[in-house]
Each structure stands twice: as structure tokens, then as C-alpha cells.
Design a protein around this ligand. Structure first.
Ligand code: RIB
Length: 357
């Protein structure tokens, strides 16, 4: 294979020094227009591509940020990643996407790789609430923003959604629809987002003055469609079934909806379902899914802007903790039919000839 074209080949072709080529690449404003044009023409003609790792080594900085998410299979995170990528590319940065798969070991491996790549900063939705990875990165001078994870720590930024409020919105809505036997299908205890939604669900029951037993909790091993399907099969096999299910995310809710359709259970008439995230598939589901919407794209953009701002001027950077408010989007899956009420309107007295008044 032919050796890659180097900066010296470009200098030779353009009849300038290597330093001039470097200036055209890094400080074009200090090079005369005619010379700059000649160098750019040589770059095009030779097909020169700059050696980014070598540049990073020389300058000690990389124009990349790392993004470590819990599950790239969850559209929530791909929507967030789109916002991250958009803001990063506007700032001239690329994004290295890593999937921890909710594994602490995988998460650690990704964090070490990103540090080795000398990325400018890392956005991370930590597998566990512990700050281990965050501290490890910051000790190596790498900016970190907690993504989809609130924190009170004063020395780093975070971007999250008020999940407790989101859980309260979901269950308050189900109570208003007349649901009496509500099950919340949540995820493993280590996923704080699900735990916060559960807290909000309990708040709704208490604030409505209803007994705690109105809300039952079922814990799924993971927050995905397969676990939602299994939870649905389990709940619908009961003699006394719930009349509503609030799921900790939309993937669980879509799996649960699938179980209801397979069992011939009418949604929402027999079983109201509410999810969380409002991913695109929620509205497109066989029975459009009611869901608690998270501002996914905005979460990503905000986190990327914070980590790039901190990495570019760490001394002046002021840490922020952004918390967005979720919104309940009501659709067919929870809009229970109202009992039809016939209003009998009496005719005025002069017209009531044969009636007792
Ligand atoms: O990662 C599990 C869930 O937490 C996602 O579906 C999303 O809701 C996130 O906040």
C-alpha cells in the first residue's frame, strides 16, 4: 500500500516551507491569499489528509468529545446523541459514541479509551450513581458533564429531567381516568431515573389521598421491549388484573402493549398504559401510546455545549445543573371511554300537556 501523502509532499508541490503548510492548516489568516491558494491546490491535487492523532499529540488537545450512554438500542439515547452531535459539530468537534450496556466494567473500559484518545471532554450517563468514573476522568484533566443524571456536586455540570415530577404526572393522569388498580413496571434499582419516576408515582397516590395499595410495583430486569412483554404476560395471567400500567420507559410500555394485543385485552378500555420518554415509536404504536415526554434533543445539545465550554476555558467556566421539566402527552392508550350519559331535557311547561310537573 502506498505511503500516505505527508505535509512535506504538499510543501514540495506548492514550493513553500513545511511551516507555511502548517500555517495554512492551523492559522490560515497569517498566510498571504495567493500562497494559501497554492497550498490548498497542492493539498487537493495530492489528496492530503491531516494526521489528526499526530496533531492532537503535538497540541495536546483533541477536537472530539466522548458520549457514554446506557443503551444505544434505546431511541431515547439516540435522540439525545443527535442533539450532542449537532452541537458538537457546530463547535468543530466530533463525537465518539460508547455504549456501556448498563455494565460498570464496559463503562470503565470506554472511559479509559476516551482518556487515551485525549478527548476534550466526556458526557456520561453513569451506570451507577457513584462518581468513580467521573473522578477518574477529572483527575486526568478531562471535563465531564453528567447526562440524564442530576447531581448536587459543585465541581461539575449536569443535565437532567425532573423524573420525579414525570412519574407524578403519569399516575395523576391514570387516577383522573378512573383507574383503581395501577401497576408501575420499573427497572433495576441502580437506574436512578426509574427510581425517581417511582417516587413521583407514589407522590401522586399520596397527593390524591388514595391508599398506597392502589399502586403496585413490578421490577423488570431491564428497561427494554422484551421485559415489557414478559411483564405484560405476567400481569395479564392474573385472576384480578390491573386496570392500568405505568412503565418506567416507552420500550417497556411497547412490550406491554404487545402482550395486551396478543391476549385480546382492549387498550385502554380494559388496560390503560402510560410510558416515559415519548420516543417516535410511541405515537406510531398500534394504539398510540401516552407517554411522559423528555426533551431529548435539547438534553443532548445542552450537555455538549457545557462540556465544550468547560474544556475551552476551564478556569473561567461556571458549573451549571440544568433540570428540564417533562410533559405528559396523552394519546389513545390511556384515554379511557367515559360512560355515556343521556341528558333528558324536559320540554318547557306550556308544552307539557300530559305530564306531571
Ligand atoms: O435508560 C433508561 C431510561 O432512562 C431511558 O429510557 C430514559 O428514560 C432514561 O431517562
Amino acid at each position: 500500500m502506498k505511503a500516505p501523502i505527508g505535509i512535506r509532499d504538499v510543501a514540495l508541490r506548492a514550493e513553500v516551507s513545511v511551516g507555511t503548510v502548517s500555517n495554512v492548516l492551523n492559522r490560515p489568516d497569517v498566510v498571504a491569499a495567493a500562497t494559501r491558494a497554492r497550498v490548498l491546490a497542492a493539498i487537493d491535487a495530492l489528496g492530503y489528509v491531516r494526521n489528526e492523532p499526530a496533531r492532537q499529540l503535538r497540541s495536546g488537545t483533541a477536537r472530539t468529545i466522548g458520549l457514554v450512554v446506557l443503551d444505544v438500542g434505546n431511541p431515547f439515547f439516540t435522540d439525545v446523541a443527535r442533539g450532542v452531535e449537532e452541537a458538537a459539530s457546530e463547535a468543530g468537534h466530533a463525537v465518539i459514541l460508547c455504549n456501556s450496556g448498563e455494565s460498570v466494567t464496559k463503562e470503565r473500559g470506554h472511559v479509559e479509551l476516551l482518556a487515551a484518545q485525549r478527548v476534550h471532554g466526556v458526557l456520561i450517563t453513569p451506570v451507577q450513581s457513584g462518581p468513580a468514573q467521573v473522578r477518574w476522568l477529572r483527575e486526568r484533566g478531562i471535563s465531564v458533564v453528567l447526562l440524564d443524571h442530576p447531581t448536587a456536586e459543585a465541581d461539575l455540570c449536569s443535565v437532567a429531567v425532573d423524573d420525579r415530577h414525570g412519574g407524578e404526572l403519569a399516575v395523576t393522569h391514570l387516577l383522573a381516568e378512573g383507574c383503581e388498580r395501577i401497576v408501575m413496571v420499573t427497572g433495576p434499582a441502580g437506574i436512578h431515573q426509574a427510581a425517581e419516576r417511582h417516587r413521583g408515582a407514589r407522590d401522586a397516590i399520596r397527593l390524591a389521598g388514595r391508599p398506597p395499595e392502589v399502586l403496585e410495583v413490578l421490577t423488570a430486569p431491564a428497561l427494554n421491549v422484551a421485559c415489557g412483554l414478559r411483564a405484560g404476560e405476567q400481569l395479564l395471567a392474573r385472576t384480578v388484573r390491573p386496570d392500568a400500567v405505568f412503565c418506567a420507559n416507552d420500550l417497556l410500555a411497547l412490550g406491554l402493549l404487545q402482550a395486551a394485543v396478543r391476549a385480546g385485552v382492549r387498550v385502554p378500555e380494559d388496560l390503560a398504559i402510560v410510558g416515559y420518554d415519548d420516543i417516535d415509536f410511541a405515537a406510531a404504536a398500534a394504539v398510540p401510546l401516552t407517554s411522559v415526554r423528555q426533551p431529548r434533543h435539547e438534553l443532548g445539545r445542552t450537555a455538549a455545549a457545557l462540556v465544550i465550554a468547560e474544556s475551552q476555558s476551564p478556569a473561567e467556566h461556571e458549573h451549571r445543573h440544568e433540570v428540564f421539566t417533562p410533559e405528559l402527552i396523552v394519546r389513545e392508550s390511556s384515554r379511557r371511554p367515559r360512560p355515556s350519559r343521556h341528558f333528558h331535557v324536559k320540554a318547557p311547561p306550556e308544552e307539557r300537556k300530559n305530564e306531571w310537573i
